[in-house]
Design a protein around this ligand. Sequence first.
Ligand SMILES: *Cc1c(COP(=O)(O)O)cnc(C)c1O
Length: 401
Amino acid sequence: MTVPRISDRARRVPASPIRALTPLAAATAARGVRVLHVNIGQPDLPAPPEILAEIRPPEDGIIPYAPSPGLPATIAAWCRYYAEVGISFRPQDIVITTGGGEAIGFAMTVVADPGDEILLFDPTYASYLGFAAAGSITLVPIPLAPPTYHLPPAAIIASHITARTRAIVLINPGNPTGAVCTRAEVQTVVELAREHGLFVIADETYRELVFDGREHVSAMDIPGADDVVILVDSVSKRYSATGLRVGCVASKNPDVMAAVTRLAMARLSSPTIAQQAVIPLLDAGTTYTAEIRAVYESRRDATYEALRRLPGVTVARPEGAFYVMVGLPIDDANHFARWLLTDFESGGETVMVAPGPGFYVTPGFGAREVRLAYVLAEDDLRRAVSLLEEALAAYPQRDVA
Ligand SMILES: *Cc1c(COP(=O)(O)O)cnc(C)c1O
């Protein structure tokens, strides 16, 4: 018998950089060491209680499929939500997905054939790497300069466009960078896309999480966005409901939405009960999101103020989302992140971080960076940073040059 072998593209799908160290962390915890998790964007805040009220067995005991594009009531609620944030979508412009993750997969599949290129700003959100590999799509990275990770000028972005380029991904606010695009930056991307016949995949999962009174500029706000912009969105972060798995793809381009709808048919349906549960949230206006924005802003301050005092560390004040990329005086962030779990502890505690290289498309980038997610209480965040400081002092491979 010949043993069957999996496809090359499946082989190329990378493991999630933020999940790869999970077994090591479990072993650390099993030794009785408390692990402070700033490695993953899992909010510690309770979801709005409205969700729980809606998660209940149906009266007739039947749990039906939802229509492939989504429950009409949920689509209508997304339309009202978007109207509230100043974006006008009609029901036919929206398909509900099983989380923002599925929305990313649908959007990439719709814009690119195998061998086509999608531009994105590097570092990026790791799901784009996975779906690109699965679809044999080439990601072309446009490097962002630390520590602020703002976009380079239009000419630099344009220099990456080739005959095979199909789309530009814009994650705003940024994960892992914490950068919030200015209106000029968003406009540059949308205008370049229009000029060169490209789509913009606009990932605005963290739309409400912008700090210091900043305004969030949606790619849909830019004149001429209607044909080119495909929004990918999610309730996961803005309503602290990652496990509910509700997101959407939204665009005013009818060809895009027809194709997304056919993909949605292929997977039949997104969970009916979860779609019902998000309706009151989407209708709740900005009450909950304003509360959590204040919480994250104050955590951002606690984390940033602690980090900027560490010797040899480079960091800029994050502008949104709940992440910060930190430059460290080390040569191999993957090794350091493992070492924190296997060889370091102080007072029975250690800290788990996400190594930089997993967020980069460009090989070799991120070796001196880690991402922290400020999803813990402020005292725990300060403790996490002080553990990082002690660890850096004790780390044998510290680069003191
Ligand atoms: C978390 C996240 C998503 C998707 O999250 P889901 O839980 O799948 O909805 C998409 N994009 C970015 C940038 C994210 O951080």
